[in-house]
Design a protein around this ligand. Structure first.
Ligand code: AMP
Ligand code: GLY
Length: 440
């Protein structure tokens, strides 16, 4: 089968790497891809992956490419093309494409839609309301004592959420988003949620419009600095599984969150085929959904994919065919850890074009895969091209040793100004040490 993958991050590299291992995949195209993706080859045919310089939000360009190349399946990585309706566009041309339609992608592209859906279907989430009017928003924030999350309705490059500790901060955040339009039209409406304390974990579930099948848990590290300090990023590292959610907890989450979500989608005629990625806060009053995404997380995908034992193509096709219930998802009983190497200045403006050395030395370690994110080629050198540059991923039977392995690999890689967190997975390791337990 000939497959087109859309996107250029570490998540897409992980998807391409796994699809390239499928016996049924003979050719892979990726738009726009990166230097690491371009170095992969379909193992069934030996054909190198072809990267095509068309951006993930250039829908007409991508459609032309898929038609010209006769792609038999297109796999969408990032949120933007989904929100723009790439799935509807391709389906209209009778092309097979994996990912939610524009309507279904609203779970991510509209926080108002998502919150109102959760309220309608009694999915546990923070106390919250949606607003189009700043005065009413300020009044609600005041009723929460000012401790709240103020969220622009639309996509805002992951920056549209402002956490507030008091009424003044909340009023300023509402002013910034709604009146000063700091995130443009994305802030025409907003959601205000009560501020929840707790541990945050990532869940993922594959959906075929009928059932939602949960993955094991993972945890991202969103802040730029160790100890969860500094501004939010796209994600500086992840690991799976986490020790914070037991198998029993997962079953309870399936019943309290996923089952009503599927039933709600069916009742409202929302045909979601793809991955639902709820961000969950574990609170003393149970797990609560703080947001939904409608795609794989990045860097969560890197740790999930290195644990997945199924042929990824089988899973993607089962979503499209409505046959997920018949499939058994198989996960290697090991832990995966991904450490992100980022550019100097990230998540603010960052340098580009820095030469990356040591990739081969890092990749030569057993049980390590270096996924590329923001990389490109300049002659025969690989250079930095994005904020998050690489996702150094290791797997093994034990969290402490696997963390060490991931950092040993990361330390073999050098580029000027490289930054990474040194504490990926530390919260979990501390809990495991305190309780003298293992991850499974
Ligand atoms: P979101 O994009 O909605 O996931 O928000 C970005 C980050 O803000 C999350 O990863 C959380 O760390 C934090 N956050 C979002 N909503 C809340 C909330 N209601 N209470 C506390 N923290 C939150
Ligand atoms: N890991 C954060 C995200 O993918 O949104």
């Amino acid at each position: 089968m000939k497959i087109l993958v859309i996107g250029s991050g570490g998540r897409e590299h992980a998807l391409v790497w796994k699809l390239a291992q499928s016996r049924r995949v003979s050719e892979i195209l990726c738009a726009p891809g990166n230097a690491g993706i371009a170095a992969e080859a379909a193992s069934a045919s030996g054909k190198p992956v072809e990267t095509v310089p068309i951006n993930a939000d250039d829908l007409p360009g991508l459609l032309k490419l898929a038609l010209r190349e006769k792609a038999e399946l297109t796999v969408v990585g990032p949120d933007n093309p989904l929100a723009l309706g790439i799935v509807d566009l391709f389906q209209g041309q009778r092309l097979r494409i994996w990912g939610p339609t524009k309507k279904a992608a609203q779970f991510e592209s509209s926080k108002v839609f998502s919150q109102e859906f959760m309220n309608r279907h009694k999915i546990p989430s923070p106390r919250s309301e949606a607003f189009e009017n700043p005065e009413a928003a300020v009044a609600f924030a005041r009723s929460l004592g000012g401790r709240c999350a103020v969220k622009a309705d639309g996509l805002a490059l992951g920056k549209g959420v402002i956490l507030c500790c008091n009424e003044e901060e909340a009023a300023r955040a509402i002013q910034q988003i709604m009146v000063a339009k700091a995130f443009g039209e994305a802030g025409r409406r907003l959601v205000i949620q009560e501020f929840l304390e707790g541990l945050e974990v990532s869940l993922h579930a594959l959906c075929d419009g009928r059932v939602a099948r949960l993955f094991p848990t993972a945890q991202d590290h969103k802040r730029i600095f160790d100890g969860d300090e500094g501004p939010n990023t796209g994600g500086m590292g992840a690991y799976s599984p986490t020790p914070f959610v037991s198998q029993d907890d997962l079953e309870a989450i399936q019943r309290a969150i996923l089952d009503p979500w599927v039933a709600g989608c069916q009742a409202e005629g929302i045909d979601f085929r793809g991955v639902l990625y709820p961000g969950i806060m574990l609170t003393p009053r149970g797990p609560k959904v703080i947001e939904f995404n409608a795609r794989f997380g990045d860097p969560e995908a890197q740790v999930y994919i290195t644990r997945l034992e199924n042929d990824l193509l089988d899973l993607l096709e089962a979503c499209l065919d409505g046959t997920l219930a018949k499939l058994e998802l198989r996960w290697a009983p090991h832990v995966s850890v991904c450490v992100v190497l980022a550019s100097e200045g990230y998540p603010g403006s960052y340098a580009k074009g820095r030469v990356i050395r040591g990739l081969a030395e890092a990749g030569a370690l057993d049980r390590v895969k270096v996924f590329h994110a923001g990389t490109g080629r300049q002659g025969d050198q690989v250079v930095t091209q994005g904020g998050r540059v690489l996702g150094v991923t290791a797997w093994g039977s034990d969290l402490a040793a696997t963390r060490d392995l991931a950092y040993r690999a990361a330390d073999r890689i050098h580029f000027e100004g490289a930054q990474c967190r040194r504490d990926i997975g530390m919260k979990a390791l501390n809990i495991l040490r305190e309780t003298n337990s293992k991850l499974w």
